[in-house]
Design a protein around this ligand. Structure first.
Ligand code: 5GP
Length: 122
Protein backbone atom coordinates (compact mmCIF):
# COMPACT_ATOMS: atom_id res chain seq x y z
CA UNK A 1 0.00 0.00 0.00
CA UNK A 2 1.29 3.48 -0.86
CA UNK A 3 0.78 5.94 1.95
CA UNK A 4 -0.36 9.46 1.13
CA UNK A 5 0.98 11.90 3.72
CA UNK A 6 -1.13 14.99 4.47
CA UNK A 7 1.26 17.80 5.41
CA UNK A 8 -1.61 19.83 6.89
CA UNK A 9 -2.06 17.43 9.82
CA UNK A 10 -1.66 18.91 13.28
CA UNK A 11 1.67 17.22 14.05
CA UNK A 12 3.16 18.49 10.78
CA UNK A 13 2.14 21.97 11.95
CA UNK A 14 3.80 21.35 15.32
CA UNK A 15 6.99 20.24 13.54
CA UNK A 16 6.96 23.43 11.42
CA UNK A 17 6.54 25.52 14.59
CA UNK A 18 3.09 26.75 13.53
CA UNK A 19 1.47 25.34 16.69
CA UNK A 20 3.12 25.34 20.14
CA UNK A 21 3.89 22.15 22.02
CA UNK A 22 5.19 21.13 25.43
CA UNK A 23 8.43 19.46 24.35
CA UNK A 24 9.90 16.65 26.42
CA UNK A 25 12.75 15.74 24.04
CA UNK A 26 14.02 16.74 20.62
CA UNK A 27 16.59 14.76 18.64
CA UNK A 28 17.84 14.92 15.04
CA UNK A 29 14.91 12.92 13.68
CA UNK A 30 12.31 12.83 16.46
CA UNK A 31 10.21 15.03 18.74
CA UNK A 32 8.46 14.10 21.99
CA UNK A 33 5.81 16.33 23.56
CA UNK A 34 2.94 16.11 26.04
CA UNK A 35 -0.50 15.14 24.77
CA UNK A 36 -2.93 18.06 24.85
CA UNK A 37 -5.66 15.81 26.36
CA UNK A 38 -3.72 13.48 28.67
CA UNK A 39 -5.37 10.15 29.40
CA UNK A 40 -2.99 9.30 32.24
CA UNK A 41 -0.78 11.32 34.63
CA UNK A 42 1.98 10.81 32.07
CA UNK A 43 0.95 10.98 28.42
CA UNK A 44 3.73 11.79 25.97
CA UNK A 45 3.61 11.49 22.20
CA UNK A 46 6.78 10.64 20.28
CA UNK A 47 6.85 11.41 16.56
CA UNK A 48 9.45 11.14 13.83
CA UNK A 49 10.20 14.41 12.02
CA UNK A 50 9.83 12.71 8.65
CA UNK A 51 6.51 12.44 6.76
CA UNK A 52 5.28 9.03 7.87
CA UNK A 53 1.59 8.28 8.29
CA UNK A 54 1.81 5.38 10.73
CA UNK A 55 4.13 2.80 12.21
CA UNK A 56 4.25 0.34 9.34
CA UNK A 57 4.84 3.16 6.84
CA UNK A 58 7.81 4.25 8.95
CA UNK A 59 9.11 0.73 9.53
CA UNK A 60 9.00 0.00 5.78
CA UNK A 61 10.33 3.28 4.37
CA UNK A 62 12.34 5.25 6.96
CA UNK A 63 16.12 5.22 6.87
CA UNK A 64 18.13 3.22 9.38
CA UNK A 65 19.22 6.51 10.99
CA UNK A 66 15.62 7.63 11.46
CA UNK A 67 14.57 4.27 12.90
CA UNK A 68 17.50 4.19 15.29
CA UNK A 69 16.91 7.76 16.40
CA UNK A 70 13.17 7.22 16.91
CA UNK A 71 13.62 4.02 18.89
CA UNK A 72 16.27 5.64 21.08
CA UNK A 73 14.10 8.75 21.54
CA UNK A 74 11.28 6.56 22.89
CA UNK A 75 13.79 4.94 25.25
CA UNK A 76 15.11 8.32 26.40
CA UNK A 77 11.61 9.62 27.13
CA UNK A 78 10.87 6.46 29.13
CA UNK A 79 14.06 7.01 31.13
CA UNK A 80 13.51 10.77 31.58
CA UNK A 81 9.96 10.22 32.82
CA UNK A 82 10.84 7.22 35.00
CA UNK A 83 8.12 4.96 33.62
CA UNK A 84 10.02 1.76 34.41
CA UNK A 85 9.15 2.17 38.10
CA UNK A 86 5.39 1.64 37.93
CA UNK A 87 5.00 0.26 34.44
CA UNK A 88 3.68 1.88 31.30
CA UNK A 89 2.06 1.29 27.94
CA UNK A 90 3.11 2.17 24.38
CA UNK A 91 0.33 2.53 21.83
CA UNK A 92 0.48 3.42 18.16
CA UNK A 93 -2.91 3.67 16.51
CA UNK A 94 -3.15 3.32 12.73
CA UNK A 95 -5.93 3.92 10.26
CA UNK A 96 -9.64 3.40 10.61
CA UNK A 97 -9.74 0.25 12.74
CA UNK A 98 -7.01 1.68 14.96
CA UNK A 99 -8.99 4.91 15.33
CA UNK A 100 -6.03 7.09 14.41
CA UNK A 101 -6.97 10.74 14.81
CA UNK A 102 -3.76 12.40 13.56
CA UNK A 103 -2.26 10.91 10.36
CA UNK A 104 1.39 11.37 11.36
CA UNK A 105 3.06 8.46 13.12
CA UNK A 106 3.03 8.82 16.89
CA UNK A 107 3.62 6.50 19.80
CA UNK A 108 1.69 7.26 22.97
CA UNK A 109 3.62 6.66 26.20
CA UNK A 110 1.13 6.31 29.04
CA UNK A 111 1.96 5.84 32.72
CA UNK A 112 1.18 6.95 36.25
CA UNK A 113 -2.00 4.98 36.93
CA UNK A 114 -3.30 1.44 36.42
CA UNK A 115 -4.09 1.36 32.70
CA UNK A 116 -6.48 -1.57 32.64
CA UNK A 117 -6.60 -4.29 30.03
CA UNK A 118 -5.18 -3.44 26.62
CA UNK A 119 -8.54 -3.69 24.85
CA UNK A 120 -12.10 -3.52 26.09
CA UNK A 121 -14.19 -6.46 24.91
CA UNK A 122 -16.08 -5.60 21.74
P1 5GP B 1 -4.49 9.11 17.89
O1 5GP B 1 -5.92 8.91 18.19
O2 5GP B 1 -4.25 9.65 16.49
O3 5GP B 1 -3.65 7.92 18.21
O4 5GP B 1 -4.00 10.22 18.93
C1 5GP B 1 -3.83 11.57 18.63
C2 5GP B 1 -3.47 12.27 19.92
O5 5GP B 1 -3.06 13.58 19.60
C3 5GP B 1 -4.66 12.41 20.91
O6 5GP B 1 -4.30 11.79 22.14
C4 5GP B 1 -4.83 13.93 21.04
O7 5GP B 1 -5.16 14.32 22.36
C5 5GP B 1 -3.47 14.46 20.62
N1 5GP B 1 -3.52 15.79 20.02
C6 5GP B 1 -4.38 16.23 19.06
N2 5GP B 1 -4.09 17.50 18.75
C7 5GP B 1 -3.04 17.87 19.52
C8 5GP B 1 -2.30 19.08 19.63
O8 5GP B 1 -2.54 20.08 18.96
N3 5GP B 1 -1.26 19.07 20.53
C9 5GP B 1 -0.96 17.98 21.28
N4 5GP B 1 0.07 18.10 22.13
N5 5GP B 1 -1.64 16.83 21.20
C10 5GP B 1 -2.68 16.78 20.32
Amino acid sequence: MAYDYDDQNIFAKILRGEIPNDTVLETDYSLAFRDIHPQAPLHVLVIPKGPYVCYDHFAQEASDAEILDYTRAIGKVCALEGVEEGGFRLISNAGEAGVQEVPHLHVHILAGRPLGRMLAKA
